[in-house]
Write a new protein. Structure first.
Length: 96
């Protein structure tokens, strides 16, 4: 049974919101890291909400960068690391 695209995009959006929530929990201690990450995630969410090839490529660049950055903090933001990997993989596959 095929998964509906809108349902899958809703799942991606939910994963982005989970990342934002987890990262924002550290905003008091690390604003210099959290604010840019949250802004990038919100930009990514907008791109995915209006998904086309150009926006997919932009979102993939953002997510790949955030994923690499998050790996260094994986013990603090494990959900974000997992979600960003899921989103990155999905955006890579969406081209095929």
């Amino acid at each position: 049974m095929a998964i509906k695209v809108n349902d899958f995009l809703s799942e991606i959006t939910q994963k982005i919101k989970e990342c934002v929530s987890e990262i924002e929990s550290y905003s008091y201690d690390a604003q210099d890291l959290t604010v840019p990450a949250v802004n990038s995630l919100k930009e990514c969410e907008k791109l995915i909400d209006n998904l086309n090839e150009e926006n997919r490529e932009k979102a993939l660049k953002i997510v790949a960068r955030l994923y690499q950055q998050a790996l260094a903090y994986s013990e603090f933001v494990p959900t974000s690391v997992s979600n960003l990997k899921f989103i990155k993989d999905w955006l890579e596959q969406a081209k095929k």
